[in-house]
Structures are given as C-alpha cells and as structure tokens.
Design a protein. Structure first.
Length: 302
C-alpha cells in the first residue's frame, strides 16, 4: 500500500493533533505523519510548522483549531504551567477528546492535569518520552503512558507510531514516577560509564575500544535486574552475586586505581558510601541488592 493510500485509509480511522513543535513535538508529528496518520500541528511561533506542513501536516491557525481537528490531542511543551496556559483558554473544546500530555513533570503535576482534563470532560493520558528525540518513530523509542485505559486502547495504534508505547496503569502519576526513576537509572549507568572512561583513558585506553567491551558487559549488569527486583519484592537477599562486604572490599580497588590515575573520586565515593551504609544497617553478609533497603530507608533511623 502506498503512503498516500495508507494516509487515506488512516484519515477515515483517526487523526491526531500535536501542540508544541519544539525538538520533541516536531519529532512526534513527523512520526505520526510517517505512519500515515492525518496530523494537525500548532506552535506558538508558526514558522516551526513549515517543514511539517511540507511533509503533509495540516497547520492549525490557533490552539483551539488544533484541539477541534480530531479526537486525539498530543501536547508537548516545556512544562505543565505552559500546558495550562495554552490549553486553559480552549479547555471547553477538549470535551469528548483524549489529551495525551508528553510534557515532563512531577507526579503531582500529572495528577492535577488529569483532574483538570476530567473537569473539562476529556480523557487523559500522562506520558514521557524516554529515548531522546533521535529514535522517535522507531520501535526502540520508549514512551511510558498512564491514565485512562480506555483512551489508551482507543488510540494505541496511533500512539504506537511513536515507538514502544508502554501503558503503566490507571494512575496518571505513574508516568512521571517511571520517567524520573528511569532518568535516574540512565544517569546512574552513565555516571559509572563516564567515570570508567576517564579512568581507562588516563591509563592510555582508547575510549571507543573500552566502550565496545563495556557495552557487551552491560548484558551481565542488566541480567541481574530481574533477579534483584525479585529479591527486593521478597525482602530476602541471598549472596549469589557476592555479599555487601565482598563488594565493599572490591570497591577499594576501584577507588585506589582512580586515585592512582589522578581522576576524580566522586563516583566510587558514592558506591563506597552506599555499601558502607548497607553494612552498617546489618547487611554486610547479605547480597548486594540489600542496598535497595538502605536507600529505601532514607533518613529513617531503624
Ligand atoms: N528534547 C528532548 O530530547 C526531550 C526528551 C524527553 C522529554 N522531553 C520533554 O519534552 C518537552 C518539550 O521539550 P522540547 O525539547 O521539545 O522543548 P523545546 O525544543 O524547547 O520546545 C519548546 C516548545 O514549547 C513552546 N513554548 C514555550 N513556551 C510557550 C508558551 N508560553 N506558549 C506556547 N508555546 C510555548 C515553544 O514554542 P516557540 O517555538 O514559539 O518558542 C516550543 O515549540 C519538555 O517537557 C521536555 O522535558 C524532551
């Protein structure tokens, strides 16, 4: 089927409007267009819609026109205050439609936005783009969504144009909870990687050569996640992957090597601190996933 035929078929089935054509919103609109869906776009500065219109998008003259163009409105703006500023004046037009908000924010902001949408008679899905802009439209681009199950079911074919769209549950706050948790996970892994590149480069290793070995090793790291999550679920931490004490001793080698190479000690200092706290909490002979309990305890003294 040609793109034109596919577009005609999809025109009859569905249409989507994208409000906010910054770096992310532009890629969202491109992905919908590439999948053959009739796409209406609106941006405060109209010129940002020009390239999309050349690719087949329909330009809406106002935010209200974008909202009324179809049953599905995707909004991607810098923050929730801006979303409310843009959609507030046109909220009456949202009745009976689905609002998908891919703006980054907090769980509280998502809950508030869902309440506002409900007050206007709109179904609401909060969401987050987890894989940057370059992968949008490819199957490996992760989008997490939560809120109205019925809205997700109705529009999931259109939303799947964006990538791997994962529905998390009915609570709209789940999407920003996952968003922030996954951001922290990515940064934890990247901070370890950045430290290891600095360390190996100081020892004369080509960063690209190191990255090749490191990327393959990450399969082992990710293989631990399911098992360690199960241990956290059960509150039992067998020492199959080494005890906290064993890893604490090994961490000294990392700290020593970094110091010897003259690189910063911030990253191993964090790892060392977590293991020391876990040992102080009585987990020295437990498996390393017991660090989860030490972190979960936070500032509590028990
Ligand atoms: N870029 C990424 O890699 C990425 C990844 C994940 C999540 N996100 C999230 O996606 C959201 C959008 O990010 P972005 O990178 O696309 O931002 P961006 O490139 O800075 O674009 C911001 C957009 O918001 C519009 N805007 C700003 N203030 C406005 C206002 N008062 N009224 C109406 N429109 C306004 C801008 O319109 P003008 O063109 O008129 O200025 C522009 O279209 C953010 O929440 C961000 O955290 C981005």
């Amino acid at each position: 089927m040609s793109l034109a035929e596919q577009r005609t078929e999809n025109d009859e089935q569905s249409a989507v409007s994208v409000i906010g054509l910054g770096q992310m919103g532009t890629r969202l609109a491109q992905a919908f267009l590439a999948a053959g869906y009739a796409t209406t776009v609106w941006n405060r500065s109209p010129a940002k819609a020009d390239a999309l219109v050349a690719q087949g998008a329909v330009r809406a003259a106002t935010a209200a026109a974008a909202v009324t163009a179809g049953p599905l409105v995707v909004v991607c703006l810098p923050d929730y205050a801006t979303v409310h500023g843009v959609l507030g004046p046109v909220a009456a037009e949202l009745r009976g439609r689905t609002l998908v908000n891919l703006t980054s924010g907090t769980p509280e902001e998502a809950a508030d936005a869902a309440d506002r949408a409900a007050g206007h008679g709109a179904a609401y899905l909060d969401g987050a783009a987890m894989s940057g802009t370059r992968l949008v439209g490819r199957p490996e681009a992760l989008f997490v969504l939560s809120g109205s199950r019925a809205a997700f079911d109705t529009h999931q074919a259109v939303l799947r144009s964006l990538g791997n769209t994962v529905y998390l549950g009915a609570d709209p706050a789940l999407a920003p909870v996952y968003d922030t948790a996954l951001f922290g996970l990515a940064w934890g892994a990247l901070a370890g990687f950045y430290h290891s590149v600095a360390l190996t480069r100081a020892a004369g290793v080509d960063p690209s050569a190191f990255a090749g070995v490191a990327a393959a090793h990450m399969q082992f790291v990710t293989s631990l996640m399911t098992e360690h999550a199960r241990q956290a679920q059960e509150g039992s931490f067998p020492d199959d992957d080494g005890t906290v004490e064993v890893h604490r001793a090994a961490m000294e080698h990392l700290a020593h090597t970094g110091t010897a190479q003259g690189v910063g000690t911030e990253v191993p200092a964090l790892f060392r601190s977590l293991l020391e706290q876990a040992a102080a909490d009585g987990h020295g002979a437990s498996g390393i996933a017991s660090v989860i309990e030490t972190i979960a305890k936070g500032a509590r003294k028990d």
